[in-house]
Ligand binder design. Sequence first.
Ligand code: GAP
Length: 469
Amino acid sequence: MTNDAASLMDKVTALCKRRGFVFPGSEIYGGLANTYDYGPLGTLLLRNIKNSWWNFFVGRRSNIYPIDSNILMNPKVWEASGHVAGFTEALIDCKACRFRTRGDHLIGDYFAEKGKTENVEGYPLKKMEEIINHEKIPCPKCKKFDWTKPRVFNNLFETSIGIISGDKSIAYLRGETAQGMFVNFRNVLTSMSPKLPFGLAQSGPAFRNEITPGKFVFRTLQFSLSEFEYYFDPEKDKWENVFEYWRGEMWKWAVKELGIKETSLRWRAHTDEERSFYSKRTEDIEYNFPWGYKELYGLAYRTDYDLKNHMEKSGVDLQYTDSATGRKFIPHVVEPAFGMDRSFMVVLFDAYSEENKDGKERMVLKLDPKIAPYKAAVFPLLANKPELIDKARAIYDMLYTKYSCIWDDRGNIGKRYFAQDEIGTPWCITVDFDTLKDDAVTVRDRDTAKQERIGVGKLEEYFSSKLEK
Ligand code: GAP
């Protein structure tokens, strides 16, 4: 990372801690590496992002059905899906200082430092070893060149079920939410009789035993995943068209609903080596993180791989019957997958700005108002005037039933504005002595710092029209 990039990362993580967005997990016990807890503001922001995803991809579409499957599934699910054998990465250790990393990350970072892009994810172990030896890639920590051979490491997070030690059976915390939507395919067909094409969507936690977690909430052991399996008849719909449609919708959601700058995003197709074992084509939306372009979301054409394997291994018929022709077949699937924590991180990076307003430095989170934790802050001009407080409280209570709002009567108005700018509150409402006469308030816009007088009775309409943009 360059100094500027490292400083943006430091600033955003410090802000997250200071203002209650994200806290290190289990902090009072010294923490637990690569786990994080969302604080009040982070929870609101993350919830708004998840709701936005849900409304855009599920709520507004009559052929996308929601499901909510269990985190724990029969281990046979993960055997049939190929995860037990294939959900792996290349692990390598520095013998000198015991630094452990992923072979592809070691090679990728080494070349990135030289200004080159070298994506070797999914390369065979032998080939990675050859590159590391040929380049004599040193350990990034101790700078020595003394590596173990790369070896395979499975990312599935093992746990055990059973109350008596010695009598416990292995289970896995789900590595993706997708499998719940394959193993329930038959249940949905029989209970809902959906017609192809249709989707099954779910949002929830996933777990991966990552070799190189880190970079704040970019890669963690537990993360929130929102994805859907879009089933279609490959004889009626060309997969390229289905893929292209969801490609467009994914981009639209990121840009129009989350407000991420288009200039920071790009599509990148996976190479044959890096593509997951289940996919025939994968493309990622990448974001230009402070440490370079990296995956934000993924779109995969999983063919009939999963349903076919589950049908073979479970012995349950997972075919769809075309009611018009009676033809039985296994549908194909295109899967858009979205990490919610990465979305959270990206909207913060994208929104963070520092500027000089009227000779004063301020830090502003220019979040899209639709996802900002609070839509408005309500202030009485002075905290020791009961008539101002009563009026401001009444406005706060009225707005709170519709929008998430915050009350602040500490310090002077300038400080309150700056405190709200930092957490991305789009509008601040001040009740002053004129309000008691004209029933109007001062509304100050976060991004322009411009102020206008709005009648109290017009406030709801004012915010609704702005939020619908
Ligand atoms: N079902 C497909 C699937 O899980 P993936 O590319 O492995 O695909 C989907 O993961 C998304 O989940 C990624 O695009 C990323 O946003 C997020 N993600 C994956 N691993 C993560 C981790 N360890 N920590 C945080 N987010 C992660």
